[in-house]
Design a protein around this ligand. Sequence first.
Ligand code: PLP
Length: 432
Amino acid sequence: MKPSNPVTRHPTMKNPVETLANTRHEFGEHGGVNMSVEASTTFTAMHPDILAEMFSGDLGPEQGGCYLYGRHFNPTVYSLSRQLAALEGTESAYCTASGMAAISGALFQLCDSGDHVVSSNTVYGGTYALLHDFLPIKAGIHTTLVDINDLDAVEAAMTDRTRVIYAESIANPTLRVADIPALAELAGRYNAKLVIDNTFSPLLLNPRQLGADIVVHSMTKFIGGASDHIAGAICADHSFIHQLMDLHTGSLMLLGPTMDPQVAFNISLRIPHLSLRMAEHGRRAQTFAERLQSLGMAVTYPGLPNHPDHELIRSLHCSDYGFGGILTLDLGTEERANQLMDMLQNDYHFGYMAVSLGYFDTLMSCSGSTTSSEMTEEDKADAHISPGLVRMSVGYTGTIEQRWRQLLSALERLGLVPADGGHRADQPARTG
Ligand code: PLP
């Protein structure tokens, strides 16, 4: 699907870093440049009326700086939430204990029993299982999976009970790009909400500014950046965030996937350098993708002109951050994929065989048997997730040339590319 306005940035898009720069800075209790961690689970009211007013919703973090109880709002978690709202250009945000908590919390809030979701058929395996297996049985919420790039198929799947169109900005693991403005227009016509998982593309895509209603994140990935915290966020307007926290019907308030304040504090210190990290992940992924393609490898990367959504993403992205830090290589069979990953990890120290993404080192996994293993074989085939597909989250440690030599050496040793004297590293490189 071609964008209506190719290769120009969406007119309303602001650079998210400018937005972040205007966020109120939170100083520590004693004037520290970093905020203090508020470890309390409960907060003293200086007058008995205040507690009642907080329960009635008349007082809160935005009304008088009042806090009641940590599962409701905590000042440190709230501060990170404001950073996330600035990052995504939404009025408000709420941080959760995981990406799955953000996704399930948003969907539970938007859908009642009997309601319907139209979702991309290419989403993270946990999200697929939530939509395909869990929600129908536990909550009577049914999902139709469609090729999200086929807008006619999306429209044909809409019913009068459809409350949500759901997609990943850049899909895990196929790297197809959602046409967010077109999906937003469609959702609006059917009175549904467009929910976009922006885990793969913080900063480089701004779903809200492109028309999405709600943006969810797994902050476990690029935003956290060090694979040391499981975390998530829901970014939306004030009224939706308030609905999530409603004492009677709020999915986050009542299901309770609360973020720990220490985790919020740690993640808040990574937001300022997210822009540098995303730019470097993207620069290296682009370089490797181009070189792999020139060697004839079956590489997929949205920054390559032959990617089916290359023109679309060029029209939507913030070019300062490139096309994202993930590429995939299709090795044909799982055996071949495992051989390559084993060699890259254990002989050449190029990266690690591990699920997840957004780490400072390269992480590699075979999606079909790991993070998409929840999908039926038929759904994997429909989504074009082949058994030999290796997803690489490209890290930024070492130099590009060191890492390229490691990658090339493994490819040559496996006979996947012709041995090239000019590039060949005879010994496995031993970078740390
Ligand atoms: N969304 C995407 C695109 C993911 O890749 C993942 C996990 O891999 C999640 C959501 C779930 O995030 P978490 O593990 O933080 O719950």
